[in-house]
Design a protein around this ligand. Sequence first.
Ligand code: SF4
Length: 366
Amino acid sequence: MARKAIGRLGGSAAGNAPELPLGQTAKPPNRLTAQVLDERLRGTRFVSLTPKRVLNPPSTTGMEYWSLNPYVGCEFGCSYCYARYTHRYVVERAHDAGKLTDAEFADYRGAHGWEAFEKRIFVKEQLVGALDVDLKRVPLGQTIVIGTATDPYQPAERKFRLTRAVLQRLVRCEGLSFGIITKSPLIARDCDLLVRLQERNDLQIHVSLITADAAVARKLEARSPAPHARLRALRKLVDAGVNAGLIIAPVLPGITDDVAQLDTLFAAARRAGARFIHAGALRLYPAIRDRFLPVLSEHFADLVPKYERAYKGHGYAPRDYAKALSRRIEKLRRKHGFRNQGAMFERYRPAKMPVQGELNLRGSLP
Ligand code: SF4
């Protein structure tokens, strides 16, 4: 009897007093670098995250919908991408929590603060459990958009299949509205689930393409799929009966906004069977400038002073420009037989700079 009690307190079977924890070392934080899942030849590394929450509510993002991003970071590496800050938050929080040493922090941040977004990709493993819990908070009729901050069908999805796992869970929902934004033809792999998803929910697939000109796209998007591959995926989706269209965002002033280029894109979308087209002008938030302005300077040097004037002191395109662009898009919609679904596009417009509220690294971040 006495021996049993001593054992429960952690003492030895020989009857010594139980050992107090004095002097025991605290459990070190889980190293983020110990969670590496994969590494590519060109140096891209994939690191595991176990999020407690995966759905960002409208109250934390300032957007009118819930959002979900299975990955943090994106190998496509578009120069105008506004989501690099989400990656920075994760890395800074890991460093603050002792999960990255100073040297690792420098590596996971990159020399200029933006490179690691493309080369250190966080993979939200086991996100379906968190999604299960989060879905209970989403009222009927609300919208969930997948891919607001990083591409859900970026190359990592071939291996990790997180977006497919999310869809497999979402097909059990009904009475919700879903949007997916992607540049990747890989989305066509999931046609079966997308068809099922829209049986009991609204669904809009936004295939993202800023130009039909592959040479222009390559200057601006380091590793995105070729325009023709994205249009072919759009065709496959529509042929499978999925409600899919094109999103031209961002439209880049002086680069992709001329009538000839937009007209070519509208015609290509029409041929691919797009059900709708949305478009929006570039937003040049401070986090984008470090990456985008050097690319602009390299390939479109004469435009640099114009951009600096137009976006001085704010991230939005000048009002007159935005209005003129809307008129141009509207004309092209009429010419190519698309209905104006401006209200739908507005639904996908960030009302303020979004924050990444759902992340919680493996371990015990506050
Ligand atoms: S595909 Fe989207 S998320 Fe990825 S880098 Fe380009 S703009 Fe950013």
